[in-house]
Design a protein around this ligand. Structure first.
Ligand code: AMP
Length: 395
């Protein structure tokens, strides 16, 4: 796997696909710089080598050229973070961009306008990719968040750099972390899968059964399993058409020697609201009119015990409706358990959507081994798919 470490960028122009799809407020100010911070090590390595950086990214999902999605809004933030003046090309390809790139001096940065202002980006247009390729000598992909897309800047462009392409530090770290869990994780390996629905996680569950020793299933998914086993789930969320699948998963797990841990109790509420009345219920005896919205105290204790036996831990999806304070405890306690296990030497990877939000919200970010930057890309990796953006570099 070639990374920026394998190249000396002296007098070279790096064309870097970054993920600067950052949130902006109404005044077009960046409200969370984590994605720009995350690309800093790669950019600084190239600049310190004596090279220059042409940065390309998308921002949001614009329909054509829409002012509010312009990357010009983030130029100042990039300058603050990198400590380097940053030039800006109003169109990502064409004469102006080419001229600015050609005049770029070692130590300088050029940011291209939002790639998605051109439809050719998402359609993976080869000519567009070729024009982009002329802006740099070495192609670097450091955008995990879009690595599952076969877009011009994430995948197609790589073919124009047969020998001069590599991963940035961030993308390399993502790949290594996933590998550490899915291929060479120290045993016992645990996956915690939570979130709302079985249907959105099914391929992940099926793929992961071959990799793990323990599987904790929590969150809204729980109730499809419990109902399928004959439990009473009251008004809890359930996908009736996935009950056979749930039983099938449990059978497969047993055949593969994977220990499945479902919640034994829940915090049940009489409405889907933070101020609803609550009671602790046996997960199989939830009264009508009540719905399970968080893991109960016995479940939390059991999960803590499992987490602490394991040496490799993957966490995807919250254990309850953590957005509401009164139903966040299961998720927070699980985060605590994983933080404790990590401190004791386990490798922990948190990835995919809402668990990342939960980890950040509750301050566990620095207490786990790695927090993935890609939602969809992470899920597809866990499903066992080869991501096109990664394959294009390895080719
Ligand atoms: P996902 O995107 O599939 O990871 O699902 C995350 C969502 O699942 C969060 O918004 C949670 O509020 C929701 N969730 C977790 N547990 C439950 C539950 N018991 N009932 C309903 N929704 C839940």
């Amino acid at each position: 796997m070639k990374t920026v470490e394998d190249f000396n960028f002296k007098n070279k122009r790096a064309l870097i696909r970054v993920d600067f799809n950052v949130p902006l407020n109404d005044n077009n100010e960046v409200t969370d710089t984590s994605r720009i911070d995350a690309a800093k090590p790669t950019i600084i390595k190239i600049l310190e080598d004596g090279g220059s950086c042409v940065l390309m990214s998308h921002l949001g999902r614009p329909k054509g050229k829409q002012e509010e999605f312009s990357l010009k809004h983030i130029v100042n933030t990039i300058e603050d973070i990198m400590g380097v003046e940053t030039k800006f090309a109003n169109v990502s390809v064409g004469k102006e961009a080419q001229k600015l790139a050609d005049h770029l001096q070692p130590g300088e940065i050029l940011l291209l306008e939002n790639l998605r202002f051109q439809d050719e980006e998402t359609s993976g247009d080869k000519d567009f990719a070729k024009q982009l390729s002329k802006l740099g000598d070495i192609y670097v992909n450091d955008a995990f968040g879009t690595a599952h897309r076969a877009h011009a800047s994430t995948t197609v462009v790589a073919q124009f750099f047969p020998d001069n392409k590599c991963f940035g530090y961030l993308l390399a770290k993502e790949i290594e972390s996933i590998q550490k869990v899915m291929e060479d994780g120290e045993k016992p390996v645990l996956a915690v899968l939570g979130g709302a629905k079985v249907s959105s996680k099914i391929t992940v569950i099926e793929n992961i059964l071959d990799k793990v020793d323990h599987l904790i299933i929590g969150g809204g998914m729980t109730f499809t399993f419990i109902k399928a086993q004959g439990g009473k789930i009251g008004d809890s969320i359930c996908e009736d058409d996935k009950m056979d699948l749930a039983l099938d998963i449990l059978e497969q797990a047993e055949a593969k020697g994977v220990k499945v841990h479902l919640p034994v109790d829940v915090i049940a509420a009489d409405a889907f609201a933070n101020d609803a009345n609550t009671q602790v219920c046996d997960v199989r005896q939830i009264p009508d009119g009540w719905q399970g919205l968080d893991a109960g105290p016995d479940s939390i204790r059991i999960f803590d015990n499992v987490v602490n036996q394991c040496k490799t831990i993957l966490w995807n999806g919250p254990l309850g409706v953590f957005e509401m304070e009164n139903f966040a405890k299961g998720t927070v306690e699980l985060g605590d358990s994983i933080a404790k296990a990590t401190k004791n030497g386990a490798f922990s990877l948190v990835g995919g959507g809402d668990s990342v939000a939960a980890v950040k919200q509750f301050g566990f970010e620095d207490k786990v081994s790695y927090v993935s930057t890609g939602g969809g890309a992470m899920l597809e990796s866990l499903e066992g798919k080869t991501l096109p953006g990664i394959a294009a570099i390895l080719k």
